[in-house]
Structures are given as C-alpha cells and as structure tokens.
Design a protein around this ligand. Structure first.
Ligand code: DHB
Length: 368
C-alpha cells in the first residue's frame, strides 16, 4: 500500500507581493522538473502542494504547520527569503521533516535545523570570490551597498573581510529590505569616489538599483559596478537595458552558462514559460526537486525524514549550473562560482562567465 501512496511535498513560495518573481521562477522550475524527469521516483509518485506565503514569515510558519499536520507532507520546500526559511526550522526539527531551501541564502540557515538541506547558495560563497577578483584587478577602494538583513550582512561581511585581507579599504552602507530608496545611499557613495561599488540586493530588486546607480551618474564618475549575481538577475536583466553593461559579478548560475545541458534546460524552460528566462532561483528549485528524487531513489521510496536526510548528505549530480554536491557536514551545496561580465550576446543582455572557481564550499562553515 505504501508504494502506491504519493509522497507529498509542501512547496511554500512568495507567489504574490514584492518577491513574487522568486516564487514564479521556482514554481515554473518545479513543474519543469516533473515534466522532464518524471513524477515517479523510488517507485513513489511525487505530489507537490503549492502554497503562497506572500513573503511573510508568519504565513510561512502557519502554512508549514498545516502542511505537516493536515496534509502529512514528507518534505517542505521552497523558502524565497531568509526569514521564511528560519521561521520553519523548528517545525522541520520537531516533525523530522526535511526542509529543502531552494532560494534563501544566509549562511547560518542550515545551522537552524539538522533537517535543513540547501540547493541555492550562500552569500559568503559568492562574495569572497568577488573580493579576490577585485583585489587582483586593480580595485583598491570599495563602497559596499547591501540590503539590511541576513544575506546582505553576510555579503558585506564576507566581501569586506576578504578584501581588507588582500590590502583594500572598504566603507559600507545598508538599505532597508522593504520599500528601498537607494538615492540617499548612492549619494554617499558618489561623494566617497570609490574605485568600485559592491552591491547585494535580493532577486527582483536589481533593476531599481541599477536605474538609480545611473541616475546618480556613478557610472560616468568611473565607479565600477561589482557584486554577487543577484543584482543582474536573469529574470529582469533584459528589462534593465544597457545600464547593466559591464557589471562584474560572481555567482553560481547564469542562463548563459555554456553547456549542452544548460542550453536544453533554458530552451525547455522558455518553451513552457514564454517570455521568461530562468534565473538562479529556478535552478535552486529544479535541483531541489532533483535532490528529493535522488533521495527517494536511494531509500527505495522510504520517505521518512531521517532516511531522506541521510540519503541527501553527500548526494552529487551534474546540475545545469555545473557539478554539485551536498556537503555531508553542513547540508549546504558545494558548487562552482563563476566570475561573469554583463554583456550583449547577439541582441540580448547576458551574464557571460569568464572565470571559474571550482567546488566552492560555504567559506564561513569551512573555517569553523
Ligand atoms: C535571499 C533572497 C534573494 O532574493 C536572494 O537573491 C538572495 C538571498 C534571502 O533572503 O536569503
């Protein structure tokens, strides 16, 4: 009887509100996974139950509780922002239900519960390579501008520590998460005349930031734009126009990643979702499903939480981003980080990878 029962996955995403682009990307990627790689794994059919938390942590917690108690889900997945992933950690621990973090990227998230496994990235993982690249490429004075919450603080701290160690100087400002106005902060950057501005803003916010960067004349003042890839998010890059040209960023995924597997992925995604380009959130969602499927294969369909977590630790596969592995010690994802330049490929704006740092672990936990 067990074999016939579906394995329920509670997928909680911001499908409405200011971070709906994250929800839409991940939902589309989860559907694409089921269409391309099948809905039956380890002999069990996967049934995804999608819930919208609108980016509100109280809603995430309530929905997670309902999914566990009423729907008896075997896995919780999604988590578009750090506070949403954190709000669910205790429920995952108490119910012994794996929490697959497909988006949120503050380093400490995986330490909040032994049932959390992450398929996105961590901000330190992406920020340290940016600091190293900047130091090696003649940049000496940097102003960091980050959104004032977990991932932004991680980005700022990692970038600043690494860049100072390499001999650079750093000044920093933080911008509110809700209703951000970048103008006053960019005014301060403009007066400081740094060689580069390092930026982290969450997915979906980059276009607004970029517009104000140009309006303040920072590009004309010779301030180079660097950052993690979140600011030149593939979801909104085309809409930004030429203002993004020349930005140097470090990240784990670009829709322009040059491999046959990625080309096929992007093509299938765009066919199923006309007018949309997959971004790093989509890849976190797709690989989250891949991880659940692989774990069920390994347990031969046993969906008990402890068995699934054990199977997920050390799992590795070829993602469309490149080779990945779940670190058995931290439950974070080990992956390549690419240095990219925003440029035109034909008539389209893309983040073109030109350097690869292989098999990067979350550096904060690696040092512990
Ligand atoms: C987080 C959200 C994002 O949209 C992003 O690009 C990176 C991190 C977060 O809240 O953890």
């Amino acid at each position: 009887a067990l074999a016939q029962e579906a394995v329920k996955i509670g997928l909680i995403l911001p499908m409405t509100g200011p971070f709906a682009s994250t929800g839409k990307q991940i939902d589309a990627a989860v559907k694409l996974f089921l269409a391309r790689e099948g809905a039956t794994h380890g002999g069990r059919k996967l049934e995804v139950i999608l819930k919208d938390d609108a980016g509100n942590a109280d809603a995430t917690r309530r929905l997670a509780q309902e999914l566990v108690v009423n729907e008896k889900v075997s896995v919780l997945a999604g988590f578009g922002l750090t506070p949403l992933a954190m709000a669910t950690a205790q429920i995952a621990t108490q119910a012994k239900v794996p929490e697959i973090v497909m988006a949120a990227a503050t380093a400490s998230i995986t330490e909040a519960s032994p049932y959390i496994v992450r398929t996105s990235f961590t901000l330190p993982q992406a920020s340290e390579p940016m600091a190293n690249w900047a130091a090696k490429n003649g940049i000496k004075k940097v102003f960091t501008v980050v959104t004032d919450y977990g991932p932004g603080i991680d980005a700022e701290t990692s970038f600043a520590n690494t860049f100072k160690e390499a001999g650079g100087t750093v000044e920093s400002v933080r911008i509110p998460l809700r209703n951000p106005d970048f103008a006053p902060f960019l005014q301060r950057v403009s007066e400081a005349k740094p060689d580069a501005l390092f930026v982290f803003v969450p997915s979906g916010v980059g276009a607004q930031f970029m517009k104000q960067f140009i309006e303040r004349g920072l590009d004309k003042a010779g301030v180079k734009l660097i950052g993690t890839g979140d600011v030149v998010d593939d979801d909104i890059l085309e809409g930004m126009g030429d203002v993004a040209l020349g930005a140097i960023t470090t990240h784990h995924y670009s829709a322009a990643h040059d491999s046959p597997a990625n080309k096929a992925f992007v093509e299938a995604f765009q066919k199923a979702n006309p007018g949309m380009r997959p971004n790093f959130m989509a890849v976190g969602g797709y690989d989250g499903m891949k991880l659940i499927a692989k774990a069920l294969d390994a347990t031969k369909g046993d969906a008990s939480g402890d068995k699934l977590i054990a199977a997920m630790k050390g799992a590795s596969w070829e993602s469309v981003r490149g080779p990945v592995k779940i670190d058995p010690d931290t439950r974070d994802i080990i992956q390549n980080i690419y240095v990219r330049k925003t440029q035109k490929l034909g008539s389209e704006l893309h983040n073109v990878e030109f350097e690869t740092i292989k098999d990067v672990k979350d550096p904060v936990k690696a040092r512990k």
